[in-house]
Ligand binder design. Structure first.
Ligand code: GAL
Length: 304
């Protein structure tokens, strides 16, 4: 069932099944809360204002390019595209005028909510007029997100959902048990820009079996199939399935009160960071007339 409400001045939609309640507002097409069997496991701020004063991208759809583009520029069709930089020399999460501050158009379509955003040519430096569509659907214990996009000129497109989770509901997430079936982890420099090397997921990066997180992460794992991760804590299991090629696992956010540091972890289905500067990474190129389509499914169940 889908209902319409308000969150501050923004339209908000509530998607509900017996197990799951997900609220999504038109600002940033942001998930403002996920409750599993009455417990808040997907984090959200108290007020709409909080979303405008923090920069954790909490629950938002990030675009046009999630994660970093090194040097804030990339080659495209024989010329260089220059982007505004918002993290030192680099462009993070689509740049300074980020999509989490945009008001999307939301419509109920059956059991789904469909959000669309028209990003004009040159938006934050990115070529082409891009129409992005993000569909949220709740079925049983699962929240599915479908990402689509169409552009009128060649460009890059690499959105993500930037939800943070705390499966106990409160406290640190460092004792959450995590499994990430990865083929490797991207080596990065001190600014978190990939060097191009894929390292084996060993030692601190070995999440081949469920084990406590234990320390902070802000790393891109190269996925090995559609199961991106499994997380267990507080009697709740979250699994994430996706056809994106990588997963950014991020625990270090200071989300502000009342969450504190390590109060949530983000598992972001993504293209590889800085893909447009690495011809050997899976391509984030979206050609004019081509249709972009990717999905992510977050499934919640009881864990012993
Ligand atoms: C993550 C990113 C972090 C940080 C965060 C937003 O996706 O990897 O370094 O920027 O978003 O607070």
């Amino acid at each position: 069932m889908v209902k319409t409400t308000k969150f501050g001045t923004y339209r908000q939609f509530i998607l509900e099944s017996e197990e799951l309640r997900v609220s999504v507002m038109e600002l940033g097409a942001t998930v403002t809360g996920v409750d599993y069997r009455g417990k808040r496991v997907g984090l959200g701020y108290e007020s709409a204002e909080d979303y405008l004063t923090h920069d954790a991208y909490l629950g938002a759809i990030v675009g046009r390019f999630a994660n970093r583009i090194g040097g804030g520029s990339f080659p495209l069709n024989g010329r260089r595209v220059e982007l505004p930089r918002n993290e030192g020399a680099n462009t993070l999460h689509g740049g300074p005028d980020s999509w989490d501050r945009r008001v999307w158009q939301g419509h109920i379509e059956g059991e789904s909510v469909l959000f669309t955003l028209v990003s004009p040519a040159g938006d934050n430096g990115f070529p082409g007029r891009l129409t992005a569509a993000v569909r949220y659907t709740v079925t049983g214990g699962a929240l599915r997100i479908d990402f689509e996009g169409d552009a009128d000129a060649d460009t890059v497109f690499a959105p993500t959902s930037h939800m943070y989770f705390n499966l106990r509901g409160t406290g640190s997430v460092l004792d959450t048990h995590m499994r990430i079936p990865a083929r490797g982890v991207l080596e990065v420099d001190e600014a978190l820009i990939p060097t191009g090397r894929v390292l084996p997921a060993e030692g601190a990066f070995d999440f081949s079996g469920l084990r406590p997180v234990g320390q902070n992460y802000d790393h891109a794992f190269v996925l090995d199939g559609s199961r991106a991760c499994e997380a267990v804590c507080g009697g709740v299991r979250l699994t994430l399935d996706t056809d994106f090629p990588a997963l950014q696992f991020y625990t270090g956010a200071f989300l502000g009160e009342p969450f504190g540091e390590n109060g949530g972890f983000a598992v972001e289905p993504e293209f590889y960071p800085d893909a447009p500067n690495h011809p050997d990474f899976p391509s984030a190129l979206l050609r004019a007339g081509e249709h972009f389509r990717r999905y992510a499914v977050y499934s919640f169940s009881d864990a012993e």
